[in-house]
Design a protein around this ligand. Structure first.
Ligand SMILES: Nc1ncnc2c1ncn2[C@@H]1O[C@H](COP(=O)(O)OP(=O)(O)OP(=O)(O)O)[C@@H](O)[C@H]1O
Length: 463
């Protein structure tokens, strides 16, 4: 963009900001405050977000020139020797330069003969594009059968990744993507004709058992969120059962933002001669996500803190994580009764309901999503500026779950944007969990008083 364009965008943004301020002022003085936004308001909000993104784009260019940033790269996409159709796809998505993981992984992933990889990179740094570009580069569109498989831990993430494949590959004539996810059962003797299949392990295994495709013809096998896929009972059996039937020729790619030691050791046992890209522990957290904790003595105080935070949220969206479905539905119900506009997404809903709730949230029709760990990994909504751990992430034994913490807070601060993560601490046990998390990542999480609006504005506002 030229300087003139930037100036024009800045003016536009300022005008829209004024208009949005007017809307919120009107709403605050109106007795119907907290009614869902009208169509006109939603469209204005979207435009605002668009303009905020234009501004972010300028900041992004600065970050991509900073060698200490995970978004830094010396190379351009043109230098990565991608097919022209794929370059067109990437540029049509608004990507200008690769991130560090894309720049490091892609030359290795696209080399011949194909090599295996176990890769780690911070949340929101573009791992999806790295493995999607590998799948798109390796499949032969003229062949009407699956050649690339990608396994994801949740239905939502499988759909999201499939969408990236469709958009990034839209200039590859004849490309088709199949979704092996709950609800997409197939009949015996059905042959899948898509070159790429994305799915969750159970349904993918089901499809392969029905001989819907031939695992021996798979050229690229991707395990997204690989650590949880090989460390969670159920997922582990299913993923490994699929992986074992692949040929020696098949390229294997494991990607995640987190791997603890035993998991990476196990991954290295099952992937033959992998290239390993790892982060140091102190590199795993992102500087662009500010982290705080709020002391609450009971559930009522937690609720009050949420309502105070809701008021401070300006443009942007929030995700609130609860430990159980029960707490999530209690919280969403209570907020709705108090006329807050929130959406609830938890595992008990059927998959079509889940898909439509997430779609609405991605379209900014709701600004707050109350959920459980089902949305902790991979979900990419760039406007999310706030993540709240209503309950801190702990495993089934009540021990701190540091990996889940990192994935949850990584729902904000996507690709260099700024974000805030707030942790509710209700008792000494919670405090110990938070201290363990701080120690694990070598970070300091500061306190925040949600009754003090000035402090909140100061700490949570834009820099
Ligand atoms: N080179 C790029 N330039 C600009 N934006 C990019 C680039 N690569 C990826 N993005 C965008 O960054 C966002 C985050 O990317 P992505 O979802 O792949 O991150 P991730 O590393 O897989 O995160 P997570 O660990 O949470 O799964 C997406 O909205 C994506 O479109």
């Amino acid at each position: 963009m030229t300087d003139e364009n930037w100036a024009e965008a800045a003016d536009l943004q300022e005008n829209l900001a004024k208009k949005v301020d007017n809307i919120s002022l009107k709403k605050e003085t109106d007795e119907n405050y907290e009614k869902p936004l009208s169509k006109e308001e939603t469209s204005l909000l979207k435009k605002m977000l668009h303009n905020k993104l234009v501004q972010n784009n300028q900041e992004l260019q600065v970050q991509q020139r900073d060698p200490t940033s995970p978004l830094y790269s010396v190379k351009s996409f043109e230098e990565l020797h991608l097919k022209k159709e794929l370059l067109d796809g990437i540029f049509s998505m608004g990507f200008n330069r690769p991130s560090k993981i894309q720049e490091t992984a892609l030359p290795l992933l696209l080399a011949n003969p194909p090599e295996n990889m176990i890769a780690q990179s911070q949340s929101g740094t573009g791992k999806t594009a790295a493995f999607v570009l590998t799948m798109l580069s390796r499949c032969d569109i003229s062949k009407p059968y699956p050649q690339c498989l990608c396994l994801s831990p949740t239905y939502e993430l499988a759909l999201q990744t499939g969408k990236v494949v469709e958009v990034m590959g839209k200039f590859l004539k004849g490309l088709k993507v199949g979704y092996a996810v709950r609800g997409n059962r197939i009949q015996r003797n059905t042959s899948i004709t898509t070159q790429i299949v994305i799915g969750t392990p159970g349904t993918m295994l089901d499809w392969s058992r029905h001989r819907a495709f031939d695992l021996r013809k798979i050229e690229v096998f991707v395990l997204d969120e690989a650590d949880v896929m090989i460390d969670t009972q159920g997922f582990k059996d299913q993923s490994i059962r699929i992986q074992r039937q692949l040929t020696e020729r098949c390229q294997m790619l494991f990607f995640s933002a987190t791997y603890d030691e035993p998991v990476i050791k196990f991954a290295q046992q099952i992937v033959r001669q992998p290239n390993v890209i790892r982060l140091r522990r102190d590199e795993e957290t992102l500087d662009n996500i500010k982290q705080y904790f709020v002391r609450c003595s009971n559930m009522d105080q937690k609720y009050e803190a949420i309502t105070n935070l809701y008021g401070v949220l300006s443009v942007g969206q929030a995700i609130i994580f609860c430990h159980t479905r029960r707490t999530a539905s209690w919280l969403a119900k209570k907020m709705c009764e108090d006329k807050f506009v929130v959406a609830l997404l938890s595992g008990e809903l059927d998959v079509s309901q889940r898909a439509s709730i997430l779609k609405r949230f991605k379209e900014a029709q709701e600004r707050v999503l109350v959920t459980t760990n089902v949305c902790s990994r991979g979900i990419d909504v760039e406007q999310v500026t706030l993540v709240v751990n209503f309950d801190l992430p702990v495993d089934m034994h009540g021990r701190p779950d540091c990996e889940t913490y990192l994935h949850r807070i990584g729902r904000t601060g996507r690709f260099g944007k700024s974000g805030v993560a707030i942790n509710f601490v209700m008792n000494d046990r919670d405090m110990r969990v938070l201290q363990d998390i701080e120690q694990h990542f070598g970070i300091k999480v500061g306190s925040l008083d949600t009754d003090n609006f000035n402090e909140m504005e100061e700490k949570l506002g834009d820099d």
